[in-house]
Design a binder for this molecule. Structure first.
Ligand code: AHR
Length: 340
């Protein structure tokens, strides 16, 4: 097993001497310090290229990796924040290759544009584990495996929930006008959720998609785009919001426009992620249903690495379990158990 090779120690020392900016690497706070690195051969070096910190989900996801890849667990984590830019992620992966990390974990912001850099990682003999979002590449052998959510299934479940809800409200035959706040365009989370909902929409002739616009998975953009949508479309029955933070922004826009939402309001709100704050919004009656996207991928990835270290084959595609929540459930109890 390769651990802290010569060049890596040189880079580490340079970084420790204040060269982090130059090398573009950021050590995890919980990574072993030089003093504690007596037995440095024992650490597995992980380079994580994270998308950014655009949402509560993303922060929970980063937290899951940080608490899993600790010195106590035998890891040294190099964390790279791409601040929502694919060019930063490409540079980060190249920096991690240069530093001869043992594994690269990549959460790809969009689906395309990864072939060349992944070929470079493969040539360097560094396994790449994809997390959360997926990619489209010519050669599937360019990455070891992927672990994350079935975004299309999340979108389908949301559509089916809406159909059942309208039925229960005696509105099955009514004309239903829908708007969608999409996530970062071309990300697999956006593509999957949009397609999954469309699968159900196509089967309902009385559902009309008035407009789909990207709110880039952020609260500020979600609020801005929802304000525009409310101005452009006087009658909106349903908002599909492809993540919770855009939903929080949208609710502010809805209320500022003097409109109401949730089970007793005029706009049905369906969201994705199901972070704690969203469950609290459901308790307040502002969100109708929320489809979980589980950010706690750290333990699953660490198990994959254990298997790879043991020379075992790993499943190429690994979905994580997910559920949904709506206002008919015991939300107080759900919040007690919710860790993000
Ligand atoms: O890729 C997962 C999505 O990205 C989450 O739904 C969203 O909150 C995040 O920004």
């Amino acid at each position: 097993m390769k651990r802290y090779s010569g060049i890596f120690v040189v880079v580490l020392l340079a970084c420790a001497a204040g060269g982090w900016m130059f090398f573009g690497c950021v050590p995890d706070e919980k990574a072993p310090s030089q003093d504690t690195m007596q037995d440095e051969e024992d650490y597995i070096v992980i380079g994580l290229s994270q998308i950014g910190s655009e949402s509560d989900w993303r922060n929970a996801n980063t937290g899951s990796f940080r608490s899993e890849f600790t010195a106590e667990n035998g890891y040294y984590l190099l964390f790279e924040d791409a601040q929502q830019k694919q060019e930063n992620q490409l540079k980060a992966v190249r920096d991690l290759i240069l530093q001869e990390v043992d594994y690269i974990i990549l959460d790809p912001i969009v689906e395309t544009g990864w072939d060349t850099v992944l070929m470079e990682a493969k040539d360097a003999g560094i396994p790449v584990i994809l997390v959360d979002r997926q990619i489209v590449v010519e050669d599937e052998d360019l990455y070891t495996c992927w672990v994350g959510s079935d975004f299309r299934e999340e979108g389908r479940r949301a559509g089916q929930w809406l159909a059942d809800y309208l039925e229960s409200q005696g509105r099955r035959e009514e004309q239903i006008r829908i708007v969608t706040l999409q996530g970062t365009l071309d990300s697999s989370a956006q593509i999957g959720r949009t397609m999954g909902f469309q699968d159900v929409l196509s089967a309902h002739g009385n559902w009309e998609m008035l407009e789909r616009r990207s709110g880039e998975f952020t609260q500020a953009k979600g609020q801005e785009v929802m304000r525009d949508l409310l101005q452009s479309h006087k009658e909106i029955d349903v908002l599909i919001s492809e993540n919770d933070n855009m939903t929080f922004g949208a609710i502010e826009a809805i209320e500022s426009a003097g409109r109401t939402c949730g089970p007793d309001g005029d706009i049905i709100v369906i969201s994705f992620d199901a972070v704690r704050t969203a469950i609290q919004f459901m308790q307040e009656g502002k969100i109708n249903a929320d489809f979980e996207c589980n950010p706690l991928l750290g333990p699953k990835v660490s198990k994959i690495i254990e298997e790879l270290e043991a020379g075992e084959r790993v499943e190429k595609i690994q979905y994580i379990e997910e559920q949904y929540f709506d206002t008919s459930m015991d939300l107080e109890k759900i919040l007690e158990e919710r860790t993000y």
